[in-house]
Design a protein around this ligand. Structure first.
Ligand code: 13P
Length: 256
C-alpha cells in the first residue's frame, strides 16, 4: 500500500552504536544545536547509555531529542548489565531503539523480546523506533516480504491502534548496514510500502498513514535526497554518517 499522506513529520535519527565518550557526545550536540533550530524534521540522537546524561544536558531545551539504543522490559531488579525504560525516561530520553539487527544478530534478540521491550517502552511513554529488515541471504531467496511480515507481526503484536501511532518503524536491510551498499530508493520504497500495508492490515489505514517509517543502511549526504523523495520514506536511522556533525547536519537538512 502506498499513500500520498503528507502529514507525517520527517525524522532523522543518529544511531551512534558503540561510539563516542560522554565528552565527545556533549561536544557533538553543542556544535549541532545552534544549527538546527529551524529544522523541518524531528531530530533524534541515540548515544551509548553512559553518554545519555551528557547528551541530555547538552541538548537542553533544543529540538534535539535523546534516545536509548535498547532497554530491558523489567522496571528494576536483579538484572546485571541491563537498563530499564524507567531509567531511560528518568535520564531524559524521549525515544528508544528496539530490535536493531545488531541486537538480533549478536545478542539473540527475537521478535518476542522485541515485543516485550516495545510494550515496556510504551508504558514509559518512550517513543519506540522498532527495527526490521532482511539479510542478504533472505533477499536473494525471495523471502524479503515473508521476513518483514514475520518481524512486524511478532514484534508489534498486542498494540492498540492508538499505541501504534506513536511507534516509529525503521526498515534496515541487514546487507546495507555499514557496507556502503545502500538500497536503491525504489527498492527501499517497495519495502516501506509493504510495511505500511502490514500496518494497515494489522491495525487500519488511518494508523498506517500516520506511522513514520525510516530507512536505515548506509544513508549518506549523497544518497539521502533520492531516498527522502520516496512517498513512504519518512526519514533515516543513520549509523556511520551520523558520527560527524557536518554529515549528520546535511542529512537533517535533506529531511523535509
Ligand atoms: P550505517 O548508516 O552505518 O549503515 O548504519 C545503519 C544503522 O544500522 C543505523 O541503525
Amino acid at each position: 500500500m502506498s499513500t500520498t499522506e503528507s502529514s507525517r513529520r520527517p525524522l532523522m535519527a543518529a544511531n551512534w552504536k558503540m561510539h563516542k565518550t560522554p565528552a565527545e557526545s556533549a561536544a557533538f550536540i553543542e556544535q549541532l544545536r545552534p544549527q538546527v533550530n529551524d529544522a523541518a524534521c524531528d531530530i533524534v540522537v541515540a548515544p551509548p547509555f553512559v553518554c545519555i546524561p551528557a547528551a541530555v544536558h547538552a541538548a537542553g531545551d533544543s529540538v534535539i531529542a535523546i534516545s536509548g539504543q535498547n532497554l530491558f522490559w523489567e522496571t528494576s531488579g536483579a538484572y546485571t548489565g541491563e537498563v530499564s525504560g524507567a531509567m531511560l525516561q528518568a535520564a531524559g530520553c524521549r525515544y528508544v531503539i528496539i530490535g536493531h539487527s545488531e541486537r538480533r544478530q549478536y545478542f539473540q534478540e527475537t521478535d518476542e523480546t522485541v515485543n516485550r521491550r516495545l510494550q515496556a517502552a510504551l508504558k514509559m511513554a518512550l517513543i519506540p523506533i522498532v527495527c526490521v529488515g532482511e539479510t542478504l541471504q533472505e533477499r536473494e531467496a525471495g523471502q524479503t516480504e515473508a521476513v518483514l511480515s514475520r518481524q512486524f507481526e511478532g514484534g508489534l503484536r498486542g498494540l492498540s491502534a492508538a499505541e501504534m501511532q506513536n511507534v516509529v518503524i525503521a526498515y534496515e536491510p541487514v546487507w546495507a548496514i555499514g557496507t556502503g551498499r545502500t538500497a536503491s530508493p525504489e527498492m527501499a520504497q517497495e519495502a516501506h510500502a509493504f510495511l505500511r500495508g502490514c500496518i494497515a492490515r494489522q491495525f487500519d489505514t488511518r494508523t498506517a498513514a500516520k506511522v513514520r517509517i525510516l530507512y536505515g543502511g548506509s544513508v549518506k549526504p549523497d544518497n539521502v535526497a533520492g531516498l527522502m523523495a520516496q512517498a513512504d520514506i519518512d526519514g533515516g536511522l543513520v549509523g556511520g554518517a551520523s558520527l560527524q556533525v557536518d554529515s549528520f547536519l546535511a542529512l537533517v537538512k535533506a529531511a523535509r
